[in-house]
Design a protein around this ligand. Sequence first.
Ligand code: IPE
Ligand code: IPE
Ligand code: MG
Length: 249
Amino acid sequence: MALFSKKTDLAQIQADLSRLPRHIAIIMDGNGRWAKKRGLPRTAGHAAGAETFRTIATYCKDIGLDYLTVYAFSSENWKRPEEEVGAIMGLLKKYLLEAIGRMERDRVKMEFFGDLSPLTSELRELCERTREISQHYEGCQVNICLNYGGRDEIVRAAQAFALDCAEGRADPNHLTVDRFGGYLYSKGVPDPDLVIRTSGELRLSNFLLWQAAYSEFYITDVLWPDFSKEELHRAIAAYQSRDRRFGGV
Ligand code: IPE
Ligand code: IPE
Ligand code: MG
């Protein structure tokens, strides 16, 4: 019964899956509020959010999306209570272990954007293993932003570029937007066409500051754990109704 009504909903939303945006980025926000509404601890919201991520990432792969980038943990999220940070890291470990187990079946290429050095060595190794095993997969690439901050990413890129200049590998007079992009975590990945933020906040919260220069934005009040394939279709339909001008006419 539920399955049929879901199918109808999907068909009613006018998203044309034959001309998808190439790259969708998502600020997966609202886990805490989802839990609070149910009288549950915030950590229960993160567990539910991790399930939603799994569903949406699999669906994106199934419909043929080239790139999905998700904001999982920001460089500012360390300000949260130790217990909450620990729970998020625990969920990440669980997710990565499961992802590694299903990798040959899913065949999704996975990358991590962010400074992984403050993570435990166990988590860092899991990220590295996930990355290595999936490197040769073609089709969908999922980028997980972990201890990621847009400003931090730009500063690191500037440092790396300065070092290349100091050591004679680069020339400041020849720096271009494209070359600078090669120093970012997102090296080689096209800019996101569509940035989705759940739970209604009208801000970027330090997400993909450089890459989102010309992205289309879709903000929904739906909390991340409640985000669904239907919601994704709504976001894609909204994107497809936009007139992207990139400064032109
Ligand atoms: C997003 O949900 C997940 C992370 C930031 C890790 P929140 O935990 O920010 O949920 P709200 O915004 O408090 O509802
Ligand atoms: C952004 O959400 C970070 C992630 C979704 C991982 P936040 O909940 O941290 O953002 P603010 O604090 O509302 O700006
Ligand atoms: Mg939040």
